[in-house]
Ligand binder design. Structure first.
Ligand SMILES: CC(C)(COP(=O)(O)OP(=O)(O)OC[C@H]1O[C@@H](n2cnc3c(N)ncnc32)[C@H](O[C@H]2O[C@H](COP(=O)(O)OP(=O)(O)OP(=O)(O)O)[C@@H](O)[C@H]2O)[C@@H]1O)[C@@H](O)C(=O)NCCC(=O)NCCS
Ligand SMILES: Nc1ncnc2[nH]cnc12
Length: 300
């Protein structure tokens, strides 16, 4: 595979990296690292996230090249996913090298790598793939048509001691986690987070904070469930989010004050929103790609 040096390819890669850096910059984020507070992640800080994001440039180059240079048709798109999966495993090594062993972006390597590859393919095939997020969703669904069967339904789940959080939650509760969200074409992002962000007003920080909280209403975040030890946490968190929006969200003093309290609560209960952060990264990627957020229009 030859890395593409076209302006378009470089723009796609820059947009992916920017999405990661925007996400970690948003504050105050409950349950997550931001420039002010590491939340329930004492082993991480914002500089580590910068190092982690920057270490992924080569991988993102490979994703774009794979998407642009794929010669199979729409029905062969599962092969495109198989092309980038080994690159994702190598990218995890780059990330762990950059963070000295801390898991900052494992989920994002998977999710954003898939979305970036699909976007590169979509842009190369305007005659067969519809434009916009709907077309992108279709490409992703086709790429991942075999994922659930391969990883979960037919996976080896006999020794629970060797299961990841996502695999364990599949066996115990039937949750499909990141794989289910990805295989469906990221519906939480496409159907909820992105349209919400597109109509939200305020500064970029306020719009992205509110979008993160909106994501919590829909996402089954396997990090949150793992840290809590009980899927009922999803319902509790959704009640907190409802209260946040009743108070006016991040554009009111009451909303911000509630958010600060949530931040403390997430720290006290050691609750992480790592999966939801990744869905915010994807939403930002699309928003930057489609011009829905622009840093020169950071108005209040
Ligand atoms: C398919 C892979 C993602 C592998 O999945 P795996 O089974 O290894 O992992 P999962 O437990 O399923 O979760 C992976 C990460 O996905 C993010 N995530 C969780 N829920 C969702 C969701 N609903 N939608 C989208 N994304 C979701 C999340 O990643 C983020 O959180 C991490 C940081 O949070 P933190 O709490 O600190 O997490 P820990 O490291 O666990 O720390 P402690 O709690 O212990 O302190 C960070 O990664 C964020 O990005 C989940 O963590 C993919 O990796 C893959 O394909 N790998 C290659 C290997 C392979 O092929 N495996 C398949 C078998 S054939
Ligand atoms: N800001 C953040 N904090 C913790 N985990 C994350 N995963 C992705 N972004 C994150």
């Amino acid at each position: 595979m030859t890395i593409s040096e076209t302006t378009h390819a470089r723009q796609l890669v820059s947009t992916a990296l920017a999405a990661m850096l925007y996400e970690v910059s948003v504050n105050p984020k409950p349950g997550l690292v931001d420039p002010v507070d590491a939340g329930p992640h004492p082993d991480m800080n914002v500089f580590m996230f910068i190092d982690s994001a920057v270490s992924l440039r080569r991988y993102f180059d490979e994703c774009v090249a794979a998407g642009e240079q794929f010669t199979g048709g729409l029905t062969a798109l599962p092969d495109l996913f198989q092309t980038i999966r080994p690159a994702g495993i190598e990218a995890e090594k780059d990330m762990f090298g950059a963070t000295h062993g801390v898991n900052t972006h494992k989920g994002a390597i998977f999710s954003l790598g898939i979305m970036l590859t699909a976007a590169a393919f979509q842009d190369r095939h305007p005659k067969v793939v519809p434009t916009g997020n709907a077309g992108l969703m279709q490409v992703i669904q086709k790429m991942l048509a075999a994922l659930i069967d391969h990883d979960l339904a037919n996976g080896d789940m006999h020794d629970v001691r060797n299961l990841t959080a996502g695999e364990y939650q599949y066996v115990k509760y039937g949750f499909l986690g990141i794989r289910g969200e990805a295989a469906a074409g990221f519906p939480v992002v496409m159907n909820h987070a992105y349209p919400f962000l597109a109509r939200r007003t305020g500064s970029i920080n306020e719009r992205l904070l509110d979008t993160l909280l909106h994501i919590l209403l829909y996402a089954d975040d396997s990090n949150l469930i793992k840290r809590s030890g009980n899927p009922d946490i999803l319902l509790r968190v959704r009640q907190w989010v409802t209260r946040f929006f009743e108070l006016g969200g991040s554009q009111t003093a009451e909303g911000v004050s509630f958010l600060q309290k949530l931040n403390q609560k997430f720290k006290q209960e050691n609750l992480s929103l790592g999966g939801s952060a990744d869905l915010l990264i994807l939403t930002i990627f699309l928003a930057l790609r489609n011009g829905i957020i622009r840093s020169d229009q950071n108005t209040n």
